[in-house]
Design a protein around this ligand. Structure first.
Ligand SMILES: [Zn+2]
Length: 202
């Protein structure tokens, strides 16, 4: 009896292994990238000049973490973008000084900082402007790009638009993006869906 049990255990284990292997094979053919936009202390830590607020922080950090875990299991490659400015950046005519290079604000939030992946430092809303994101994507040649992070209507939107200009299929999970301006968040999701042809998952 014990022997029979042992054999069944081994058999079930083997079958499960086979199924997982098949699933992995299926995903392997499909190259996916997850771009995590500006999940930085400067935007998500209370007290910072451009803090997005508690509601954004509480929504987006756990949901993005969960998405990262899910996408890693599916074999996706992670690309973190980081807003990174010189102290005299002209963007500070529009916004208070934030995310200056080498400061704590520039760092990825501690909840996500441990994940391996590309780090793309950017000076403007789009992660393509004056960065090597284009080359990274040209090398990976992803079949699909999922984008998450902050803010939906600013850096997420402009990065997504530039991905669509390059014909990458893009997916955005509503629960994994956020903005300090909830109306602008909703508007940006509709714009991405209707005008940029993004698959928005709610
Ligand atoms: Zn900035």
């Amino acid at each position: 009896m014990e022997r029979l049990l042992l054999v069944s255990f081994i058999l079930v284990g083997w079958l499960r292994g086979q199924t997982e292997a098949t699933q992995r094979e299926e995903v392997k053919g499909m190259k996916e990238v997850l771009i995590i936009v500006d999940m930085q202390r400067g935007f998500l830590e209370p007290g910072r000049p451009l803090y997005c607020g508690d509601a954004v922080r509480e929504k987006v950090i756990p949901n993005v973490k969960e998405l990262i875990e899910q996408k890693l299991k599916e074999g996706a490659i992670l690309i973190f973008t980081q807003d990174s400015h010189k102290p005299d950046d002209l963007e500070f005519k529009m916004w208070p000084p934030h995310c200056i290079e080498g400061t704590e604000e520039e760092e990825i939030v501690p909840e996500l900082a441990g994940y391996k992946g590309y780090r793309v430092k950017k000076r403007r809303y789009s992660a393509f402007f004056n960065t090597n994101l284009e080359e990274i994507l040209n090398e990976i040649k992803p079949d699909k790009v999922t984008v998450c992070g902050v803010c939906t209507d600013i850096c997420v939107l402009y990065t997504v638009a530039d991905l669509r200009n390059r014909d990458y299929p893009v997916e955005v999970y509503e629960k994994c993006v956020a903005s300090f301006d909830p109306e602008a968040h909703e508007w940006a999701l509709k714009h991405m869906e209707k005008i940029l042809g993004v698959k928005v998952i709610r």
